[in-house]
Structure formats: structure tokens, C-alpha cells
Design a protein around this ligand. Structure first.
Ligand SMILES: Cc1ncc(C[n+]2csc(CCOP(=O)(O)OP(=O)(O)O)c2C)c(N)n1
Ligand code: SF4
Length: 281
């Protein structure tokens, strides 16, 4: 499978130079490599919400489903439950994931639904031309906050760690190879995989220079991703504010626990009459 074979011949309407292209490239590379390792193309399903990010569904020659704004996670959960053989990947924006659909994200992490959620975090509602979201920095000036947002951003990595996600990572849209590796690991993880991707919107919040100066990779830094306390410490190194000494990207935390689907599968298995009767006593 070549990466070009995953492209649909549709008109691309992302702004020229949008960093969403980096996420698309990383994802295609991840799928191509997973297929070389034996995965079947028909087993990948991409689920999106609404936004610039969601247009990725228009550009991929894969099974895709557009859902409502903020609702791709429950749709993905249903797909995975109906057919556990599928690799279900959600793409959503920070507005979709951390504002409109925040409850779904937290509960999918808690349930340990076996899906991978990739958040294009440009830190605003981009398709609707720049309203503030939960990860916009305090003081952010945009369409809905002309005098500057008064709210502190929250830290989605800390939120997902507290929410018991079994795989928590952060990538950068302009570090495509690194992101490809994270996406592959996330898809292989047997449980809820969360990847926040720093995705500068060059039209409404271009912070490429800021990230280029601050971002460093955790890989090769002796970070112990199995240690929750270390993961928490690293996640708090930057709280999505205006400034930071350094911004770590990579796999922050990964720990196995049985997925939601595995419990459901066990529960639905046909049982002998003696097992049913003994459970009633
Ligand atoms: C329930 C609902 N609320 C609002 C909208 C309008 N809307 C469409 S796209 C969008 C912005 C999406 O922002 P985000 O999820 O951050 O994705 P991005 O465009 O930044 O990739 C909004 C508010 C909608 N379609 N549905
Ligand atoms: S508005 Fe921003 S996120 Fe949307 S396509 Fe343009 S650069 Fe990309």
C-alpha cells in the first residue's frame, strides 16, 4: 500500500499551508505501515465531528463517517461495539472535543472504549473563523472575545490522565514522523487512546514560531510512560497558557486495563444453564 493510494481525488479546501496537512500525512503513513504489518484497509474506520479538521474524512480513501459537532466519540463507541474487529479512529477539533463534546471524551476515557481519538488542537473554533475554546490562552482575542478571553485554558492531557485514559500522548502537526509513530501506537493500544495534536491555524492563531522554539520530544529523555506521577508531572510542564519554558510531546502515559468492549463481549457470551442458575442463587 502506497500513501498515495489512501488519497481521494476530492477538492481540498483547507487553507494553503494549513498544518492539518501534517496530521493527514502522519495518519496516512501510520495506516500504510500498519497495513504492511498485516492490518486490512477495510478494517479502518474514521469518524469525525464538524470543523476544518473533520474535512479529513473527505480526503481519505477509507471508511469514514461524519457525525454531529461534538458527537464523534459516541458514534465511534457504537461502531466498535458492533464490530470489535474494526480499528476506529476519531478526528475532532479542540472545540469539538473539549467544548461541545467534552462529556463524551471524559466518559470514553473512563470506560476505556477501544478507540483512538486524535484532536487537532488549534486552540480555537477555526471553521467558524476564530472563537475561543477551552484551550485558548487567557486574553485570546477572537470573534467572540474582542476584548480578550477572561478564562484560563484547561490542560487536556491532565484531564485525560485524571479521567483514567489508558494512553495519553501529545504530538505536533509539523513533526510528522513523530506523530505517525504516536498514531500507530495509539491504534495498537487495546483501550482508549488519546492524542492531542498541536495544530497551529495559520489563518486565525498562527503560533508555529512559538511551538518550533519550545517543543521537544519525550522519546530519548528517559521518560517513564508507565509511571502515572511522572506522566502527570510532564503533562503539567505546560498548561496551555501563553508561555512555557518548554513543551513536551510524545507518549506521556500508557497502562493496560481491559477495554469496555472486552467486558461486553464476555457478558454476551452464551452461558450454560448451570452458570445462569448458580448466578441467581
Ligand atoms: C452543535 C453545533 N454547534 C455549532 C456548530 C457550528 N460550527 C461548525 S464548525 C464549528 C467550529 C469547529 O471548531 P473545532 O471543533 O475546534 O474544529 P476546527 O474547525 O478548529 O478544526 C462550529 C462552532 C455546529 N455545526 N453544530
Ligand atoms: S482556518 Fe485554520 S485550521 Fe481551518 S483550514 Fe484554514 S488554517 Fe487550517
Amino acid at each position: 500500500m502506497k500513501i498515495q493510494d489512501l488519497a481521494l481525488n476530492t477538492k481540498n479546501t483547507w487553507c494553503h499551508g494549513c498544518t492539518n496537512f501534517g496530521i493527514e500525512a502522519a495518519f496516512k503513513m501510520a495506516v500504510a505501515e500498519l497495513m504492511e504489518e498485516g492490518e486490512k484497509l477495510e478494517n479502518f474506520v474514521v469518524v469525525t465531528g464538524i470543523g476544518c479538521n473533520a474535512k479529513i474524512a473527505d480526503y481519505l480513501k477509507l471508511n469514514t463517517l461524519y457525525t454531529l459537532h461534538g458527537r464523534p466519540v459516541p458514534a465511534a463507541t457504537g461502531i466498535k461495539l458492533a464490530n470489535p474487529n474494526l480499528k476506529v479512529i476519531v478526528f475532532e477539533g479542540d472545540g469539538d472535543a473539549y467544548d461541545e463534546g467534552i462529556e463524551h471524551l471524559i466518559h470514553a476515557a473512563k470506560k476505556n472504549t477501544n478507540i483512538t481519538v486524535i484532536v487537532h488542537n488549534n486552540r480555537l473554533f477555526a471553521l467558524t473563523t476564530g472563537q475561543f475554546t477551552a484551550t485558548s490562552p487567557k486574553g485570546f482575542i477572537g470573534r467572540s472575545t474582542p476584548q480578550g478571553s477572561t478564562e484560563e485554558p484547561f490542560n487536556p492531557l491532565a484531564l485525560m490522565l485524571a479521567g483514567k485514559a489508558s494512553f495519553v500522548a501529545r504530538g505536533y502537526a509539523l513533526k510528522t514522523n513523530h506523530l505517525k509513530d504516536l498514531i500507530k501506537k495509539g491504534i495498537k493500544n487495546e483501550g482508549f487512546s488519546f492524542i492531542d495534536v498541536l495544530q497551529p491555524c495559520i489563518s486565525y492563531f498562527n503560533n508555529i514560531e512559538f511551538y518550533n522554539q519550545k517543543v521537544y520530544e519525550l522519546e530519548g529523555m528517559n521518560h517513564d510512560y508507565k509511571n502515572f506521577d511522572k506522566a502527570w508531572e510532564k503533562a503539567r510542564e505546560w498548561d496551555y497558557g501563553k508561555d512555557a519554558e518548554k513543551i513536551p510531546i510524545g507518549l506521556f502515559y500508557s497502562s493496560f486495563r481491559p477495554s469496555y468492549e472486552s467486558f461486553v463481549e464476555e457478558r454476551e457470551k452464551p452461558k450454560s444453564i448451570s452458570t445462569i442458575l448458580s448466578a441467581r442463587i
